[in-house]
Ligand binder design. Sequence first.
Ligand code: NAD
Ligand code: MG
Length: 394
Amino acid sequence: MRRRVSIFGATGSIGENTVDLIRRQGGVETFETVALSGGRNVARLAEMARELRAAIAVTAFPDRLEELRAALAGSGVEAAAGPAALAEAADRPADWTMSAIVGAAGLVPGLRALAHGGTLALANKESLVCAGPLMMGAARRHGACIIPVDSEHSAIFQALAGEDRARVERVIITASGGPFRDWPLERIARATVAEAVAHPNWDMDQRISIDSASMFNKALEIIEAKEFFGFRPDQIEVLVHPQSIVHALVGFRDGGLMAHLGPADMRHAIGYALNYPDRAALPVERLDLAAIGALEFRAPDTARFPAIRIARSVMETGGLAGAAFNAAKEAALDAFIAGRIGFLDMARCVEAAVEAMSAAGDLNCDTIDLDKVVQTDHLARIRAEEAAARSRPD
Ligand code: NAD
Ligand code: MG
């Protein structure tokens, strides 16, 4: 029987790489594609849906539905649009689902996919940051399995294979340090969007590249590691490693350290999640360590990268702080891309938004539910916008 797969965020960088691996592993011969989703690039979505003979293709944006319908005419692929259609597509049973929408918009499809108990390959770290207990609880309740796709978390997951998690002392997540790792602070303050997207090692979309330059991506990843693996915040360390060869390390109580090494190619982590617990031959470059010669490591500079410090205080606050942090970060990123605030103002806006909500008691809650997460997300965007307006140069 063919494996039923769905890919949410199929037209993005992770989605394209997932489709590439599915194609290399037999395409329609091996996989039955249930649902594919995309955003504004409906031509690409339709092309993929035709190739993989998907049952349904969903664009996140209702104003693109007619265009999608036209592009799918005669293919037999159903077309749909909007958040409700995305959730409905995620309700359709699949054995393996890729969650690769960017941002908090990935939460509902991921959560709904967990309800049918298959495997969720999780690239959308935001859903764990916003609603970790909801995601992990849904997986437990429905007997679903989440396999992390973020390269650092896939690395930790692989280093933990066969190990007792109670014997783990610490985990170390590496960060390339982004394009600004050696810049003086005054220059970082004036950094432009174009400078922030020039990522030295990984080829990524604009938003994720800026999050890497600001280390907000790493900040999300620390919280993701806490929520997914259940480590205490003080067990999670960040190490700057400019070559991005070592993705993460797990330290055990006997002092042993298991490192995961690989090229900067997301197809390794995606392929691992696609084939788990098997390992398939993957088309990734083989590392030539002799040619690489030396690997460098250094401590992160928290003055340069306040996002790491903010993530630690978010973990301390708990409750709805993760949802507020992620939403404020998305709003601050929008403001930076629009040229309304400077690069370092992003961290100031996020911190101001989370602190204001914390002081007002908006982040307290005993049990997280989806409504509270959505309300917190909404309010945090408003608070971050207010902070951005205050820091606007006039
Ligand atoms: P991307 O921007 O390339 O693609 C995002 C996908 O989500 C696209 O299909 C887009 O159409 C869709 N999308 C955008 N806005 C949407 C919305 N409001 N509703 C529904 N769909 C929407 O992003 P990516 O680089 O593929 O990253 C996807 C996720 O994987 C992110 O959570 C990211 O943090 C994570 N991730 C990415 C990488 C990487 O190397 N690219 C590595 C690790 C983790
Ligand atoms: Mg990562």
